[in-house]
Design a protein around this ligand. Structure first.
Ligand code: ATP
Ligand code: MG
Length: 424
């Protein structure tokens, strides 16, 4: 095994969770190789506490399952084993090899028959390391002998703060275009630089992201935007022109210097702040803010053709959600919320006395009011109604967002008109 040139860091056993230590030890006692792998080792090297621990081994899923009392094989395409140790769940995977090593005729046939077989081709640690995405994610730590196994220079890259794709970047992106998003996610989160080929290859293959199923892109979107680093991530996505395949032109068309970009960036910064403070965040608000400039622009066109502002926002919202869903499979509970948040915008502007309580009670009043605030902070035009709504919230604090509770209490529905025609 190639040894690395830098000194191995010897982590303390206490750096690892009891579950991770137990799983490695148990597998090793049965004669298998087992290592803590991936994000946990990377995070420990940086000095961060890992959020979870994954283990890689040469035991097959069946053998892993037999080694523990409480273990479950999950996944069809690629089997992994969840081992429960106390309250912890440790994800254990068998060493696999990637596509490069799979060129024998038999394997090629297997691949043609679909992905199911392809991803379950087991391999050695060396092969397992090479099929991973980034050098910094291909580090293995033996918690018994306290050895770091670093075949691909991952430790040097962690220390040098570099994101480097393993192998030839363009080829690895072609194999799985989502890796481009992962590169950006780790760069933003860790504040690492992109190695030059890792960076330059993106331009030649970024359009391949359009072939990724919207459901997978939405999963990835959540990891990109809901983890507390959405502002730097957004910036990098823009810089590498990855925003367009991810979220569509509706979000990516906003230009530098436009108030719409300030609004998007403020919404991202607010979301990150909330995550840092441990407060709840909803994808609905952030999506509503990021797509707002598109809704506003399209509503403006509709008002020219004679629609009322309220009707125009409603139609534009529907249109924008439909466009967005061609890229991201936004679950209905979020897309309905986005449209509610938008629908309230012109209503808040009207400040109609007899609607005050209804609007305050609306489930998405707070989010809609927050969007209103962002709009006023970033664009001077338009009326300034946020002061009015701050006063109303002080006047009726118990009403804010109470619609659902009220409805359940009194067995009533929301005004019917708003609920009809929800076709997306
Ligand atoms: P996080 O702290 O965000 O969980 P992580 O490195 O554990 O970071 P995961 O998304 O949990 O990232 O993936 C686990 C490991 O699986 C990664 O470290 C990487 O080695 C590998 N991996 C995940 N996705 C891919 C991919 N698309 N291509 C190649 N390897 C991947
Ligand atoms: Mg992980």
């Amino acid at each position: 095994m190639k040894s690395h040139t830098l000194d191995s860091p010897i982590f303390e056993s206490s750096d690892f969770s009891p579950g991770a230590l137990f799983v490695v030890e148990q597998l090793q006692q049965r004669g298998f190789d087992a290592y803590v792998v991936g994000g946990a080792v990377r995070d420990l090297l940086i000095g961060k506490h890992p959020k979870d621990f994954d283990v890689a081994t040469n035991a097959t899923p069946e053998q892993i399952k037999q080694s523990f009392r409480n273990a479950r094989i999950i996944g069809r395409r690629f089997q992994i084993v969840h081992v429960r140790v106390g309250r912890e769940i440790i994800e254990v995977t068998t060493f696999r090899r990637g596509h490069e090593e799979e060129r024998s005729e038999q394997d090629a046939r297997a691949s043609q028959s679909g992905r199911l077989l392809r991803d379950n081709v087991y391999g050695s640690l060396e092969e397992d390391a090479k099929r991973r995405d980034l050098t910094i994610n291909a580090l293995y730590y033996d918690t018994s002998s306290h050895q770091l196994i670093d075949q691909l220079g991952g430790q040097a890259d962690v220390l040098g703060r570099v994101i480097r794709v393993i192998g030839e970047p363009a080829a690895r992106y072609r194999e799985d275009p989502v890796r481009m998003l992962r590169v950006v996610r780790f760069a933003a989160r860790l504040q690492f630089d992109l190695e030059s080929d890792t960076e330059s290859a993106i331009a030649s293959v970024r359009t391949l992201l359009r072939d990724i199923p919207p459901a997978r892109l939405f999963d990835e979107w959540l990891k990109l935007f809901m983890n507390g680093f959405s502002a730097p991530t957004f910036k990098l996505l823009r810089r590498h022109e990855l925003l367009d395949p991810l979220m569509g032109e509706a979000v990516s068309c906003v230009r530098e210097g436009e108030p719409a970009l300030d609004l998007q960036q403020l919404a991202l910064a607010n979301t990150d702040r909330r995550v840092a403070e441990g407060r709840p965040v909803t994808p609905a608000f952030l999506l509503a803010a990021l797509y707002w400039p598109a809704v506003e622009a399209s509503a403006e066109q509709l008002t020219v053709t004679g629609e009322s502002p309220i009707q125009a926002i409603h139609s534009a919202g529907l249109q924008v959600v439909q466009q967005a869903c061609q890229h991201l499979a936004i679950p209905k509970r979020f897309s309905l919320a986005m449209r509610d948040i938008w629908d309230l915008q012109p209503r808040l502007e009207r400040m109609q006395p007899k609607k005050i309580k209804d609007h305050l009670a609306h489930r998405w009043f707070r989010a809609s009011f927050d969007l209103r605030l962002l709009r006023e902070q970033t664009d001077e035009s338009g009326n300034n109604c946020s002061g009015f709504w701050i006063d109303q919230q002080k006047r009726y604090p118990e009403l804010v967002g109470s619609a659902r509770a009220r409805r359940e209490g009194r067995g009533e529905g929301r005004p019917r008109r708003q609920r009809r025609n929800r076709d997306s």
